[in-house]
Design a protein around this ligand. Structure first.
Ligand SMILES: N[C@@H]1[C@@H](O)[C@H](O)[C@@H](COP(=O)(O)O)O[C@@H]1O
Length: 368
């Protein structure tokens, strides 16, 4: 499949799209709200399984921590094949949510079918009306981000995470976990994060442009972040690989220290995504300092200016993130998205043209 849209424009549209989804949440959530009237599930979901491929899986990871905290039950993001493998140990009041932005990924459709057959309650999440996946869930949750005519999703990823957040807030209210007032508070925090996004995009552009030019000849990119930002790490690895087309790896900082550092070579460039605070940030600062001393090329998002030595600050993007403890996954992805799109362009790649446009057809991984 070949695409024709402009990924950078899609990133620019993201704040408006997210605001519209929040304002229109009542209609967005209407269809899937009905599953809570289902006999057996009312107030009694035992666990939630979230599944999808690529960015849809990463969006599931991005929403799962908050969902688990809010619902007080296990919310597990898994690949579709794992859903099939583990079906027999899933508790009978589980809710299985299958996500596919284009609605055509065959593995997630198969997983939803298998879950439905077992009698689990299923929800299909997609950005496309009439897509195949809509016929494989008991209810459908639409990600209202508009058609994304691009080889690599940007607005669709962020909009999926937000839509899942809204779904789980609704689920928590409907199952009596939170009050209407608590719900309003969560929504107002989400608004605060999305209202701040235009500023982040503006602040990021110059740094992303400069850094993209520096990544033109990069042959090995290592993303480092904290566990609280693992969705951004997974999505960053996927999208830099997909759009810039060279080896990209990514690790949670402590994990990197347990062996991976042996695989650093003189070709390795580092991209650090710093969490706002806490133990992980401290560990990352130490690691950053170690490789800085050794003269490695490194770039960083969100490292406080005080921590960079003279002459190093050009490599650091200091953004005014809201740093909401539950919802920052939405904002941290924006500079990364801008960077992989610009780096892909700087490397002379048309990200709308997959390396093999017939690949999915050959593999049967998407219905095309
Ligand atoms: N290269 C794309 C990925 O970027 C995308 O994330 C994945 C899942 O797509 P969907 O969410 O439509 O199922 O499909 C393709 O393989």
């Amino acid at each position: 499949m070949i695409y024709h849209g402009d990924a950078l424009e899609y990133i620019g549209e993201t704040p408006d799209i997210l605001s519209r989804i929040i304002e229109g949440q009542a209609s967005v959530l209407q269809d899937c709200g009905k599953i809570f009237d289902r006999e057996g599930i009312r107030g009694e979901i035992s666990e939630v399984i979230l599944t999808g491929s690529g960015s849809s899986y990463n969006a599931a990871v991005g929403a799962s921590v908050f969902a688990q905290k809010l619902l007080g039950i296990r919310v597990t993001p898994v690949y579709p094949v794992t859903v099939m493998e583990e079906m027999d140990v899933v508790s009978d009041k589980a809710l299985v949510i299958g996500i596919s932005q284009q609605g055509t990924s065959t593995a997630v459709i198969r997983a939803l079918d298998a879950a439905g057959k077992k009698g689990f309650c299923t929800v299909a999440v997609t950005g496309e009306y009439e897509a195949e996946i809509t016929r494989h869930g008991e209810a459908v949750l639409y990600v209202e981000c508009g058609y994304e005519d691009a080889g690599a999703t940007t607005k669709g990823y962020t909009a999926t995470v937000l839509t899942l957040f809204l779904f789980f807030i609704m689920a928590a209210e409907k199952t009596g976990r939170i009050t209407g007032m608590q719900k309003a508070e969560y929504i107002s925090r989400l608004r605060r994060v999305t209202d701040n996004m235009p500023g982040i995009l503006e602040e990021s552009f110059g740094w992303c442009k400069r850094t993209a030019d520096k990544l033109v000849n990069s042959r090995d990119l290592m993303l480092i972040t904290g566990s609280s930002m693992r969705a951004s790490l997974l999505e960053g690895c996927l999208k830099f690989s997909e759009t810039c087309r060279f080896p990209v790896r990514g690790y949670e900082a402590e994990e990197f220290m347990h062996g991976i550092y042996n695989a650093v070579t003189e070709d390795t460039d580092f991209l650090y995504l710093f969490p706002a605070d806490g133990y992980e940030k401290m560990r990352m600062e130490k690691l950053y300092g170690y490789y800085r001393e050794k003269g490695y090329r490194h770039y960083a998002v969100n490292l406080p200016e005080t921590a960079c030595s003279e002459g190093q600050c050009a490599n650091v993007l200091c953004c005014h993130f809201i740093n909401d403890s539950d919802f920052s996954v939405l904002e941290y992805m924006l500079p990364q998205q801008m960077l992989f799109v610009l780096a892909s362009r700087a490397r002379g790649i048309d990200l709308n043209l997959p390396k093999d446009p017939e690949f999915h057809k050959y593999m049967g991984s998407k219905i095309e």
